[in-house]
Design a protein around this ligand. Structure first.
Ligand code: GDP
Ligand code: ZN
Length: 296
C-alpha cells in the first residue's frame, strides 16, 4: 500500500501511535513500530508510514525535524518532543522547587532553540510568594514567567498555549497533569486509551503524548522527571545556552576562558557583583566540568 504522512502522537517504548495527516474521517491513529533499528522517534515527529494490518503500520521514515528536545545521561538519550513552538516548564514551591532542574531544562531548550516559558503553578499557596520573587531573575534573563493555579486561574497559560504546539515539562508533583487536564478536558481519558492501545502487556511507561487543544494547537505531555541529563552538550554549546554567560563571551582576559577560576574572568566578576546568579553559575560550571570529563 502507498505510504502515508502522519504525526507521532504517542511514544511508548518502541511503539508509537501515529495520526494520519490530513485526518481521514473514520481513521483513528495507527499503532506503529519503526522499520529496522534506525534512530529514535519522538512524539511530535512527522513521519511516513506504510499501513500493515488494519489499525497498524510501520514507520518508514522520520521527516526532518524543526527542533528536538531531549535529555541524556551516560547510558542513553531520551527524546522528549520534536517540532514544537515552545516549552512550558512547570515549577512550584510545593513539594519543593529544584532550581538546578529548571536551569538544566532551560539550557536544553536554548540548545534546541526552543523558546522556554516558566509556569509557576500553585500560586494559590502562600509558599509561592518567595519563589515568585526568585523567578523575577529569570524574567530578567528573557524567560516569561506565568503565574497559575491548576485549582483556580489558568487563563495566562491557556492564552500562551492557544494555537501553539507546546511541550509540557517539569518534575513530578508540580501539577503538570492537573494543568493538562484543565487545558484539555478529556486528557485523562485519552491517556487511558493510549495506554491500553500501546501497553498490551508491555509494562513500559508512555514517554510522551500529544493532545490537541480545543482552541487549536497541541500540548505534548512528558512524564515528570527527576533529572535532566545534558551529556549531549559540549562546552561551547553550554556557553551559548546561558544567556548571561553568552553575553560576556569575549570580555574575559583569556580568549579561551572557561569561567571556572581564571583571573580576569568577566563572568566570575559578574557573579561576584551579583549580576549573575550564583546558582546558575554553579550549575554552568558543573556542566562544563562534566562535559570535559572522561565518560562523555
Ligand atoms: P504532576 O506530578 O506534575 O502531574 O502533578 P499533579 O497534577 O498530579 O499534582 C500533584 C499534586 O499537587 C496534587 O495533589 C494536586 O492536587 C496538587 N496541585 C496541582 N496543582 C495545584 C495548584 O495549582 N494548587 C494547589 N494547591 N495544589 C495543586
Ligand atoms: Zn571567563
Amino acid at each position: 500500500m502507498a505510504r502515508q504522512a502522519g504525526r507521532v502522537i504517542a511514544a511508548h517504548g518502541r511503539h508509537f501511535l501515529v495520526a494520519i495527516e490530513p485526518p481521514a474521517a473514520k481513521d483513528g491513529p495507527l499503532e506503529c513500530v519503526m522499520r529496522g533499528k534506525k534512530g529514535g522517534v519522538a512524539c511530535g515527529d512527522h513521519v511516513e508510514i506504510s499501513p500493515t494490518h488494519p489499525g497498524s503500520g510501520v514507520i518508514e521514515q522520520v521527516l526532518p525535524r524543526r527542533n528536538l528536545l531531549y535529555r541524556s545521561d551516560q547510558l542513553r538519550e531520551k527524546l522528549i518532543a520534536a517540532n514544537v513552538d515552545q516549552a512550558l516548564i512547570v515549577v512550584a514551591a510545593v513539594p519543593q522547587f529544584r532550581e538546578e532542574l529548571l536551569i538544566r531544562c532551560l539550557a536544553a531548550c536554548e540548545a534546541a532553540e526552543i523558546p522556554a516559558v516558566i509556569i509557576l503553578n500553585k500560586i494559590d499557596l502562600p509558599e509561592s510568594a518567595a519563589l515568585a520573587s526568585s523567578l523575577e531573575h529569570y524574567a530578567g534573563l528573557g524567560y516569561p514567567v506565568i503565574h497559575v493555579s491548576a485549582h483556580g486561574d489558568i487563563a495566562a497559560l491557556a492564552t500562551r498555549a492557544a494555537g501553539q504546539v507546546s511541550v509540557l515539562v517539569g518534575a513530578s508533583g508540580m501539577g503538570k497533569s492537573s494543568l493538562l487536564n484543565r487545558l484539555v478536558p478529556d486528557a485523562a481519558a485519552a491517556v487511558g486509551d493510549i495506554s491500553v492501545a500501546l501497553d498490551a502487556g508491555r509494562h513500559t511507561t508512555t514517554q510522551a503524548r500529544l493532545h490537541r487543544l480545543p482552541v487549536g494547537g497541541a500540548v505534548i505531555d512528558s512524564p515528570g522527571m527527576q533529572e535532566f541529563g545534558l551529556r549531549h552538550l559540549d562546552a561551547s554549546t553550554l556557553t551559548q545556552a546561558f544567556p548571561e554567560i553568552r553575553a560576556r563571551v569575549g570580555q574575559c582576559r583569556f580568549y579561551n576562558c572557561r569561567h571556572l577560576k581564571e583571573p580576569g574572568c568577566a563572568v566570575l566578576e559578574a557573579a561576584a557583583s551579583g549580576a549573575i546568579r550564583s546558582t546558575r553559575l554553579r550549575v554552568y560550571q558543573s556542566l562544563i566540568a562534566q562535559s570535559e570529563g572522561p565518560t562523555r
